[in-house]
Ligand binder design. Structure first.
Ligand code: ADP
Ligand code: MG
Length: 724
């Protein structure tokens, strides 16, 4: 009954599958649903088109006429594609995306309607900001928050709705979302990197940050999912004994993709391509029923939007195939969790990949300069980088057997390491002429780098022409990590340039000034370099000795956002001010609390209403059997033959009684925690007091799962969820 009703609601919301003809090739339907440059060219006047190109490529501000023209063009294009509504699409701090759909129709004054879309509606709207977390930036009586058009990310169509990417800010200008600070951080790294590039390539006028994400996820059969209230309400299994077979055979990674999954992937890929997401790779991941989709990298802001679009797309497409997609970082205990590796690099408007070794010695010095500055930035802000990827869910994944620990370090590979060591240790640069200096830095052949042995255990690895940030969680908005990374690198590049300038003002030649400054930062950032096994226990001790941030408690990890260093850095590069940072942390802490609270409630309900009745039901049937055996064979003989059953009855009784006691305790702990007024302290209490009790309850439930009659156990087990 309830299932039926659920389906009806879902059907009403689920979006119609995209229709692509059998003979259509990807180059034909790529970006079909995007108001991209080709459509702008077709629908805009020549002047407006040229202006928009400058807006997108050079960061110009669009003028009123252009905006008017764009609004009208967007509407005409969208309507020609059957759209009836539009929405400002934004990323509030809830971590998901928000949209409020409005129809294009307006009264025409004669009792009818016309479809219009004005510049005003395109540029700015006022969603009910009170419904989104603001961390106290906006007091409740001042509920104003604005969404404002981001002309650098193209509008797109989903179903009958034209979606316009926007930032979301308070009326005071403070950011209430991820996109506003992301754009600021991209501007910061752009301007700092251009200044550093001026030492090498004065013709560079813009530096872009690039992002290529790899989205991991699990698929679960929809009917099984529906029978797991914990999956429905928390996104992960709160209980479940390990399956006899899980991932020990390593037979899933890159294995043959099951037909039903392949059909899902095929659909997903087509829809992603039609939305301009350059989906390229789809494959099985390590764990059973775990998969990955990765597009070709793009400019960071666009890549972030594309990832947010893809995550909602996946959910819709999965339902059409009778699956549910799990984006939670650790849906199943004991097997791999899901991450979202973020491949990051910088590149210039003149086509230089700044994180790739170039051809000549000059290129090479530039490459080393950007690598070393990245090292220094990450070292200085390693606690912040970790905080930027941390969440109630990702904490279960980091430090598991499959993911990097909750310590940020960088893998460089032997080639780059030896170049850095060489620069660090040779102090004869001053004695040599310019020519020798150039020759004295060992060159790294491009090919060699591409083949560097990749250290899969590193949370932040150099992989040939980019860095790969692997600690990011599968469900996260990657903007959070990208804001921290780009801002930290922007700050560091600024410091580097200032140091080089000072040396040059003191009469030092440019190359010497650069190498001297590099040497300083190579020494400074040494503790962040680690090429060993990040999963090993010895690394945890080593890292502590190096002074790296080794905190594991989520609420305390968030403290890094408010450290003096962080506040100085973010305000220095004009990405987030102190009040924005405080507000964001308040949201982080309260989100953490709420997530654990929901899990604790679901755990309590399941334990008391599902598990205990099932376990006692089975216990009763055993007792019944024992008594009947006694009746038939006499007490002594009956009990002798019922020995195992009697033991099981006792074991069930013990577990049930422990579960009851712990469920009570869980409620007590919550009551105490809920009275704590301070958001941070409350989150700490949820972490220290509430979460551990849930783990204990789980252990008892998992034990019961092994004892109780399989027929009576109503929750689908791991072996079913993971192997269909
Ligand atoms: P792997 O799983 O071996 O890391 P994938 O092919 O799955 O490799 O993913 C690599 C990702 O890195 C892709 O999204 C790719 O487009 C991206 N990438 C490649 N070069 C760069 C670069 N210079 N900057 C940013 N991302 C890049
Ligand atoms: Mg990767």
């Amino acid at each position: 009954m309830s299932r039926l009703r659920f389906d009806a609601v879902e059907a009403a919301f689920s979006k119609k599958p995209l229709e692509v003809r059998m003979d259509e090739r990807p180059d034909k339907y790529f970006a079909r649903n995007v108001f991209d440059r080709a459509k702008m060219k077709e629908y805009l006047s020549a002047e407006s088109y040229d202006r928009m190109v400058r807006v997108m490529d050079k960061g110009d501000v669009p003028d009123a006429t252009t905006i008017e023209d764009v609004a009208d063009a967007m509407k005409r294009w969208a309507v020609s594609r059957g759209a009836t509504h539009y929405t400002h699409w934004f990323s509030p701090l809830t971590g998901t995306t928000a949209e409020k759909h409005d129809a294009f129709i307006e009264p025409d004054g004669n009792g009818g309607v016309i479809e219009t879309f004005s510049a005003k509606l395109l540029t700015q709207q006022e969603p009910d900001a009170a419904s989104f977390p603001s961390g106290g930036i906006r007091s409740t009586f001042e509920a104003r928050g604005y969404s404002a058009w981001d002309p650098t990310s193209p509008a797109f169509l989903i179903g009958h709705t034209l979606c316009i990417p926007t930032i979301f800010v308070a009326y005071t200008g403070e950011a209430l979302d991820y996109k506003a600070p992301l754009l600021r951080s991209l501007r910061a790294v752009d301007s700092a990197a251009v200044k550093v590039c001026s030492l090498f390539n004065p013709d560079v006028t813009r530096v872009h940050s690039y992002l290529g994400w790899e989205q991991e996820y699990f698929l679960v059969d929809e009917d099984l999912y529906m029978a797991r209230p914990d999956l429905i309400l928390t996104g992960r299994t709160l209980m479940g004994h390990e399956s006899a077979k899980s991932q020990q055979l390593d037979d899933h990674y890159f294995g043959a993709i099951p037909e039903r999954v392949a059909a899902f992937m095929h659909d997903l890929e087509i829809e992603a391509l039609a939305l301009g997401i350059p989906a390229k790779t789809c494959h099985n991941e390590t764990a059973p029923n775990q998969f990955e989709i990765a597009p070709i990298y793009e400019e960071c802001n666009l890549a972030v939007d594309h990832n947010m679009i893809l995550m909602s797309l996946m959910k819709n497409v999965a339902r059409r195939h009778g699956f549910r997609v799990l984006l939670h970082e650790k849906p199943f205990k004991g097997i791999n969790g899901s991450g979202k590796h973020c491949n990051w690099s910088l590149g210039t408007d003149t086509g230089i990949q700044l994180m790739a070794p170039g051809k000549g010695a000059e290129d090479h010095l530039r490459f080393i300069t950007f690598v070393v500055n990245t090292l220094a930035a990450i070292y200085r802000h390693n606690g912040l980088l970790k905080a930027s990827v941390m969440s109630a869910a990702n904490t279960h994944r980091l430090g598991g057997a499959e993911a990097p620990p909750a310590i940020i370090s960088i893998f460089l590979g032997s080639e780059i390491s030896s170049v850095l060591d060489h620069i660090e240790n040779s102090d004869n640069f001053n004695l040599k002429g310019k020519r020798e200096l150039k020759l004295d830095i060992p060159q790294i052949p491009e090919l060699l780098i591409d083949n560097t042995d990749r250290n899969r255990t590193s949370p932040f690895a150099f992989t040939g022409n980019r860095f790969e940030f692997r600690a990011v969680g599968s469900e996260a908005n990657c903007a959070s990590a990208m804001i921290a990374l780009n801002s930290a690198v922007a700050q560091q590049l600024g410091m580097f340039k200032a140091d080089v300038d000072a040396l040059m003002e003191g009469g030092e030649e440019k190359e010497f000034a650069i190498v001297k400054t590099l040497r300083k930062y190579i020494k400074f950032s040494k503790p962040i370099r680690f090429d060993g096994n990040g999963y090993s226990d010895s690394w945890k001790k080593d890292a502590l000795g190096r002074g790296l941030d080794c905190e594991t408690s989520v609420p305390l990890i968030f403290d890094s956002y408010l450290s003096e260093e962080t506040v100085r850095m973010f305000s220095g590069v004009k990405v987030l001010n102190e009040s924005e940072l405080k507000a964001r942390n308040a949201i982080k802490w309260s989100t953490y609390t709420k997530k654990v609270q929901i899990e604790a409630r679901v755990m309590g309900d399941l334990a008391i209403n599902h598990i205990i009745p099932i376990a006692t039901g089975y216990q009763t049937s055993l007792l019944d059997n024992i008594i009947k055996m006694e009746t038939l064979l006499g007490k002594e003989e009956g009990d002798r033959l019922s020995k195992e059953n009697i033991e099981t009855v006792t074991a069930i009784a013990r577990n049930v009684s422990d579960i009851r006691r712990l469920a009570e305790l869980l409620i007590e702990k919550r009551k105490v925690a809920n009275l704590i007024p301070d958001v941070r302290e409350k989150a700490v209490a949820y972490h220290d007091e509430v979460a551990p009790v849930m783990e204990e309850i789980r252990n008892h439930i998992d034990e019961l799962e092994l004892m109780v009659d399989d027929q009576m156990w109503t929750l689908p087990k791991y072996r079913e969820l993971l192997f269909f």
